[in-house]
Design a protein around this ligand. Structure first.
Ligand code: SF4
Length: 107
């Protein structure tokens, strides 16, 4: 089961293909300020709406390493593994830029 904060969902939507929000809403169940998805639906939607240029599989070694750190970090958000310290969208792109630095010094 995946619990995705609705604010986070809107922040990561620009990193997904058009129609992502509607698809999540159609498969998910709203609970308070979050949407609940099954693990299977989460994986299907992530694959289906991933923009190839910023897909984790397409990232370079540095970005992949950073992505792995963020995935296991307590400061990462539920969907897209964004960061609670990073305001605004496009965190995935920001994380892949060599000059970017983790706000907690983890990479
Ligand atoms: S604190 Fe650093 S490692 Fe953790 S989610 Fe944010 S950027 Fe990633």
């Amino acid at each position: 089961m995946r619990k995705i904060n609705i604010k986070t969902l809107h922040e990561v939507a620009p990193l997904r293909l058009p129609g992502y929000l509607d698809a999540v809403r159609a498969r998910g169940r709203v609970e308070g300020d979050a949407i609940i998805l099954s693990d299977e639906d989460f994986d299907v939607l992530r694959r289906q709406y991933q923009v190839p240029g910023i897909a984790s599989e397409a990232l370079g070694p540095v970005a992949k390493q950073r992505f792995a750190v963020c995935k296991s970090c307590a400061q990462s958000k539920e969907a897209g593994f964004g960061c609670f310290h990073h305001i605004g969208c496009c965190f995935g792109r920001w994380r892949s830029q060599p000059e970017s630095k983790c706000p907690e010094g983890k990479w």
